[in-house]
Design a protein around this ligand. Structure first.
Ligand code: PLP
Length: 448
């Protein structure tokens, strides 16, 4: 039986019996649409309902749902040559080409490239490299960040590879300059930057600069709600890293490859070049699962002589790399970044309109085609998601959101909006018309 020949009942029965969800209780799977196909920025479900992909799934289907002939033939060509050679045992042309094109779109000084399969794995590799390169163990990260979902496999391992496990103390959490439960009352952007950097420096000193291998941050925290940074902050972090001999690792898993209107999110911060960059999602527009780590020349030199201390069967998967390579070529030849820059002010005007016309929205943030709306209740509190069940109001909103024909992530109190980067002006307008309808339901449900 070819794919597409199962009835909705057959699919539903197997989903019910055999399928598990990951971050949510599995029974929620029964409410999810069964997607049959997609085209451009749209997806269709098995009842024929059409959805606009309003957060590019997990902020990753940057090229939309139509795969070009170029990408299809690049994948088919690699399948014809060979679907797989193990990256530790053999090289292939597509790996050389992909490393080369990525180096060419990175700032000078970042060269070495590796290709794990997910953002989490890219960060695993990067963390291990930072520790091995510096000989130090601590990593400073922010609260209000997401870097991935792996922890336990290497601990469970019973051979020499577990010798690469670095003992705790490991991860130190710093506040980012957008703390959730307090504001820098009345502070200007400049003062916010100054205070945040002073706090960070104090933290470095009390952790012991000689123990801190790396500061690892999202260039613009995404899942936390597009937390754009105050002017000068990231330059200050870079300067602290230089002052104390600490590496700067910027996690571009969500924002890399054009999401915010630049190739890299860190290009919003004049003069900032990280020592390590990780990315995924937009690298292949999620046509195949692949991620990347790029490191500085100096680190590259070190790892010419020393093993990275990380690996996986599917790293540098030729078929995954073929899709990524063709995707980047296409992104560049279609000037997707120029298109995002053109759409950005239109997108932002709509975001602003959402915040000003709905009392349930406290404020918005936007960069390129990456936006977040903050929900606020009439009493000034925010329905948040720290393990809390959804409130009736946010559940009513989520239902309305799907009914109007949008599909997207929803993590109260944040509404993420991040459509595929190929979206045009009319589709943006259509999406926001639907967004307004869903927000009308939220306003009402919150009691405004
Ligand atoms: N880093 C960031 C900034 C992310 O947003 C994510 C996923 O959303 C990850 C890492 C983890 O990537 P993956 O889900 O591909 O493992």
């Amino acid at each position: 039986q070819p794919m597409g020949s199962w009835s909705n009942e057959q699919i539903g029965a197997s989903v019910k019996e055999n399928v598990m969800l990951t971050w949510a209780p599995s029974k929620m799977k029964n409410n999810l649409p069964i997607i049959t196909h997609g085209e451009g920025v749209y997806l269709w479900d098995s009842n024929g309902k059409k959805y606009l992909d309003w957060t590019s799934q997990a902020v990753c289907t940057n090229g939309g749902h139509t795969v070009s002939e170029n990408i299809k033939s690049a994948v088919a060509e690699q399948l014809d040559r060979t679907p797989f050679v193990y990256g530790g045992m053999a090289m292939c042309e597509v790996r050389a080409r992909l490393s080369n094109i990525i180096s060419s779109v990175l700032p000078e000084g970042l060269t070495g490239c590796a290709f794990p399969s997910s953002g989490s794995e890219a960060n695993e590799a990067a963390i291990t490299m930072a520790r091995r390169y510096t000989g130090k163990t601590k990593i400073i990260n922010w609260y209000r960040s997401y870097h991935g979902g792996t922890t336990n496999s290497l601990e469970a391992t019973g051979d020499f590879r577990r010798w690469y496990i670095q003992p705790p103390p490991g991860f130190v959490k710093a506040h980012n300059p957008n703390p959730y439960f307090f504001e820098f009352a009345g502070a200007t952007e400049e003062e916010k930057t100054e205070m945040s950097l002073l706090m960070l420096e104090e933290q470095i000193l009390y952790e012991g600069a000689d123990h801190v291998a790396c500061i690892m941050l999202e260039s613009i925290p995404g899942a936390a709600g597009v937390l754009t940074l105050p002017e000068g902050y990231m330059q200050g972090v870079r300067a602290l890293c230089d002052k104390y001999g600490i590496l700067l690792h910027l996690d571009e898993v969500m924002v890399g490859f054009g999401r915010t209107g630049n190739m890299w999110g860190f290009q919003h911060y004049d003069g900032v070049v990280p020592d390590i960059v990780t990315s995924a999602k937009g690298l292949s527009s999620s046509i195949t699962p692949i991620s990347m780590v790029a490191v500085s020349d100096k680190m590259m030199e070190f790892f010419e002589e020393n093993p990275m201390g990380w690996g996986s069967t599917f790293q540098a998967h030729p078929v995954a790399m073929a899709a990524a390579y063709a995707n980047i070529k296409e992104m560049l030849s279609n000037d997707v970044i120029g298109h995002v820059q053109e759409m950005a002010p239109i997108f932002e005007a709509h975001m602003k309109e959402c915040a000003s016309s709905h009392p349930s929205i406290k404020q918005y943030r936007a960069a390129g085609l990456f936006g977040a709306l903050d929900i606020v209740s009439p009493d000034g509190t925010q329905p948040h998601h720290f393990n809390a069940p959804r409130t009736e109001a946010t559940a009513a909103y989520a239902k309305a959101f799907n009914e109007v024909g949008l599909i997207g992530l929803f993590r109260p109190p944040v509404i993420h909006i991040a459509p595929p980067l190929i979206i045009n002006e009319a589709e943006i307008k259509e999406g926001f018309e639907k967004q307004h309808q869903a927000l009308d339901v939220l306003d009402k449900a919150l009691g405004y």
